[in-house]
Design a protein around this ligand. Structure first.
Ligand code: NAD
Ligand code: MG
Length: 393
């Protein structure tokens, strides 16, 4: 066993971020011990990964998958488990670092369980932080956990703040934080074509290879709105000091402007293995197989303002963010329902933001004080989103 072996759990191991994380682990296998790997219902892929990485436990969120998972892992030493409680139990097991890479608010409870353990949590699951906001950041502080952002923009900001503010608590010298946005696949489409955009077109991102839900969020630019809220919780500056700029090449991943006029940016290839490696190795560095940037070959980097008429979702997110309290959770839940309906062919592309706006104006619950309040808001917002959608059809 290598002397410096570290232990890791990956929540959402079968997804895009999960696969990128495991690719890095695979390349320096002796340095890592895999504790828990989890998935939703993709039993065969989960079992394959659990065998390959000799995981301590493999968990399917869907309880009905347990017999199949047990059969797929028979003859190995990997424990098989399934269901919500098993997911939380696995996330609570000691590990040096937990990668929170479940998509959607479904990742909230296991991510909170990892936070409550008090270790390092590498966070990709932005919907959990958007929905739980202060409830999650208070738990991070209470349990002495460390949130290491994996989302490329937030990882860039985190890196630009190193050396100045340590983990990012003293932001008085920060004048502005600017998130870059590629603009997604529809940045240059004629507006009148947008209502007919198909799921296949929406998930085909020009620069990044990601899961379906975040790809649709990138196409509507709700992703950037969620990221604005995520940034506010990770780096507590007021929303007025958070900006978005469109940068089609996705080379500059975000920027921090200090009050003396210095702007620090982080650049890198558009490959999630770079920010994931930064979180896994923090505060040190590790190798990745990613091709280094060749700026001379790139020639130029361009920037342009965000067109909120084309992308109303970012405006909605900013409004929900400024309203605060439960509104980001309502925004997120309505968006998850609308994106799922779009991917299922039930609503058109431009209906996603329209639908979120309707739900936001119909439901204004009080600010959640604890996790169960967040779940209550999430549940009710989903119910309303679904029934409003039925009504609109
Ligand atoms: P994905 O759809 O590829 O994978 C999601 C993972 O979550 C899978 O392992 C799936 O089995 C699991 N899962 C789905 N529903 C679940 C449920 N109800 N209960 C338990 N597990 C469930 O998604 P992704 O693209 O890897 O994104 C994961 C998270 O990371 C998202 O929050 C996304 O916004 C964020 N993120 C992704 C990227 C990227 O490049 N893919 C970049 C930045 C941030
Ligand atoms: Mg991002």
């Amino acid at each position: 066993m290598a002397v410096s072996q570290r232990s890791i759990s990956i929540l959402g191991a079968t997804g895009s971020v999960g696969a990128s994380t495991l690719d890095l682990i695979r390349r320096e296998r002796p340095n890592w011990r895999v504790v828990a790997l989890t998935a939703n219902g993709n039993v065969s892929e989960l079992a394959k990964l659990a065998r390959e990485f000799s995981a301590e436990v493999a968990v399917c969120a869907d309880h009905a998958c347990l017999p199949e998972l047990r059969a797929a892992l028979s003859g190995t030493r990997v424990e098989a488990a399934a269901g919500e409680a098993a997911l939380i139990e696995a996330a609570s097991r000691p590990a040096d670092i937990t990668v929170a890479a479940i998509v959607g608010c479904a990742g909230l409870a296991p991510t909170m369980a990892a936070i409550e353990r008090g270790g390092a949590v590498a966070l990709a699951n932005k919907e959990a932080l958007v929905s739980a906001g202060e409830v999650m950041t208070a738990a991070v502080a209470r349990h002495g956990a460390t949130l290491l952002p994996i989302d490329s923009e937030h990882n860039a900001i985190f890196q630009c703040l190193q050396g100045h503010t340590g983990a990012g608590n003293d932001l008085a010298d920060v004048r502005k934080i600017t998130l870059t946005a590629s603009g997604g696949p529809f940045r240059d489409w004629p507006m009148e074509r947008l209502p007919a955009a198909t799921p296949a077109q929406a998930v085909k991102h020009p620069n990044w290879d990601m899961g379906a839900k975040i790809s649709v969020d990138s196409a509507t630019m709700m992703n950037k709105g969620l990221e604005l809220i995520e940034a506010h919780h990770l780096f507590p500056v007021p929303f007025e000091r958070l900006a978005i700029v469109v940068h089609p090449q996705s080379v500059v991943h975000s920027m921090v402007e200090y009050r003396d006029g210095s702007t620090l940016a982080q650049l890198g290839p558009s490959d999630m293995r770079v920010p994931i490696a930064s979180a896994l190795a923090w505060p040190r560095r590790m190798d990745t197989p990613c091709a280094p940037l060749d700026l001379a070959a790139l020639g130029s980097l361009t920037f342009q303002p965000l067109d909120e008429q084309r992308f109303p979702a970012t405006r909605l997110a900013r409004e929900a963010a400024m309203a605060g309290g439960a509104m980001p959770a309502v925004l997120n839940a309505a968006n998850e329902v609308a994106v799922a309906a779009f991917l299922a062919g039930q609503i058109g592309f431009t209906r996603i933001a329209a639908h979120v706006e309707t739900v936001l104006s119909s439901y204004e619950p009080p600010a959640p004080a604890c996790l169960s309040d967040v779940y209550e808001v999430d549940r009710e917002a989903r119910t309303r989103a679904r029934s409003l959608m039925e009504f609109a059809r």
